[in-house]
Design a protein around this ligand. Structure first.
Ligand code: ZN
Ligand code: FE
Length: 239
C-alpha cells in the first residue's frame, strides 16, 4: 500500500491509497474531483472507493464527479447517510471495512461533526484523521461538546505510537505557533518545528506525522484533563 498526497483547494489534503498489486485505489476526502482525476489518469490506476471522514464540503466536494467518471463506491458513517453525497456503503463504529486488500477499522470520533470517523488501516498502521486530529492541533468543535472531542482524541491516542497520521489540512505551521506559546521548553516540539519549517521552505507537505510525535508535541494531546483541554480549545479559537 502506498499513500499519495494530493493538494486540494486552499490547504486541504486528499489522499490516494494505492494497492500496488492490482493498481486499485481509494481516495480519502476528495475536496474536489479535478486533482484526483489528473493523478489517476497520469498513473493509470483504477479508482474504486471514496472514503469520507465527515460531510463537510471540503472533504466530499469531489464525490459526485468521481462517481460519475469512475463508478466508485462511496464509503462513510451510517448516521451521515443524508449528508454525504452519493454514499453507498454505510459504516458503524468499530467495524472493519474490507474490500480486496483494503482493510480499515472505523473509529467514530465525534466533536468536529457528530458523524466524524477515522479510517485506521491496521496492517499498515495508517490513520486518516480528517478534521479531528491535525498535526500539532485538533479540529474546531462545531457539532459536539468539549467532552466528545476530548474522548475522541483519547481514542486516537490509544493507537500504536508508530501510527502514521494523515489529516485533512496543512495547518501544521500555524498550529505550531500556538503549541510553542503555551508549551514553552518542550524540546521535542522545538525539534519538530525545525523539521516543519524545513519542509514548508521546500514546499513539501508536513504530513504524515506520527502518533508518537503528536503525543510528545501536540498540546491538545498533552492536556491532562477535560478542563485543561477545554481551556486550550477556547484559547485556540481566538488565537
Ligand atoms: Zn471539517
Ligand atoms: Fe476541513
Amino acid at each position: 500500500m502506498k499513500v499519495e498526497i494530493i493538494k486540494c483547494l486552499q490547504d486541504n489534503y486528499s489522499y490516494i491509497i494505492i494497492d500496488e498489486k492490482y493498481n486499485h485505489a481509494c481516495v480519502v476526502d476528495p475536496s474536489e474531483a479535478e486533482p484526483i482525476i489528473n493523478f489517476v489518469e497520469s498513473k493509470n490506476i483504477k479508482l474504486k472507493f471514496v472514503l469520507n471522514t465527515h460531510h463537510h464540503y471540503d472533504h466530499v466536494g469531489g464525490n459526485n464527479d468521481l462517481k460519475k467518471k469512475y463508478k466508485v463506491k462511496i464509503v462513510g458513517y451510517k448516521n451521515d447517510k443524508k449528508r454525504i453525497p452519493n454514499i453507498d456503503i454505510l459504516l458503524e463504529n468499530n467495524e472493519i471495512w474490507k474490500s480486496e486488500n483494503f482493510q480499515a477499522k472505523i473509529i467514530h470520533i465525534p466533536g468536529h461533526t457528530s458523524g466524524h470517523i477515522c479510517f485506521y488501516f491496521i496492517k499498515e498502521k495508517i490513520a486518516f484523521t480528517g478534521d479531528t486530529l491535525f498535526s500539532l492541533g485538533c479540529g474546531r468543535i462545531f457539532e459536539g461538546t468539549y467532552e466528545e472531542m476530548y474522548n475522541s482524541l483519547n481514542k486516537l491516542k490509544k493507537l500504536p505510537s508508530d501510527t502514521k497520521i494523515y489529516c485533512g489540512h496543512e495547518y501544521t505551521l500555524q498550529n505550531s505557533l500556538f503549541c510553542s506559546k503555551y508549551d514553552k521548553n518542550n524540546k521535542n516540539l522545538e525539534k519538530k518545528i525545525l523539521q516543519i519549517k524545513n519542509k514548508i521552505e521546500k514546499n513539501l507537505p508536513t504530513i504524515p506525522s506520527t502518533l508518537r510525535e503528536e503525543l510528545t508535541c501536540n498540546i491538545f494531546l498533552r492536556a491532562k484533563n477535560l478542563k485543561d483541554f477545554s481551556k486550550l480549545r477556547d484559547l485556540k479559537d481566538n488565537f
